[in-house]
Design a protein. Structure first.
Length: 152
């Protein structure tokens, strides 16, 4: 419904710009929130901000990893310390596992090698691995926690 309201806003204003669509999306979100304040199910109004936050967090992590890889490529000395991490997942469903592994693989310097048979462990190749525990903690508290907050 929110996307429909955003498209209606764009059609009424006659200006097909990203900023205008975003403004229409925000207006639609506010209208839906006002109309549904008395409803018990408020998941949509908590998931949309969390999704936007996840997108910005992922973009930040991707830019940070791109800078790290680019710096390593243009300097004569190599700084990478590759390693394989056995990562215990909190994700359980196929959708959660797929989205988590895709997000990890899209970040430069990391690659999913395998998923265990019981679907509880990811094997991740990390290009810049300083400490396995800190990598696991950062991933658990970063992308996985934010992703599971949206999906559950």
């Amino acid at each position: 419904m929110n996307l429909l309201l955003a498209f209606i806003w764009v059609a009424l204003t006659g200006a097909l710009y990203y900023s205008n669509f975003l403004f229409g999306f925000l207006i639609g979100f506010a209208i839906l929130w006002v109309m549904n304040r008395a409803e018990e199910d408020q998941r949509y109004f908590t998931r949309v901000p969390k999704t936007i936050y996840l997108i910005f967090y992922f973009l930040y992590e991707m830019i940070k990893a791109n800078i790290q890889v680019a710096y390593d490529v243009i300097t004569p000395k190599y700084f990478f310390k590759p390693g394989i991490v056995k990562y215990p997942m909190s994700a359980r469903t196929d959708l959660e596992i797929n989205l988590l592994s895709t997000a990890i693989s899209l970040t430069p310097g990391t690659l999913i090698l395998d998923i265990s048979e019981d679907k509880k462990t990811l094997y991740i190749h990390v290009m810049y691995l300083k400490d396995k525990r800190s990598f696991i903690k950062q991933t658990k508290n970063g992308i996985e926690r934010r992703l599971l907050e949206i999906l559950r």
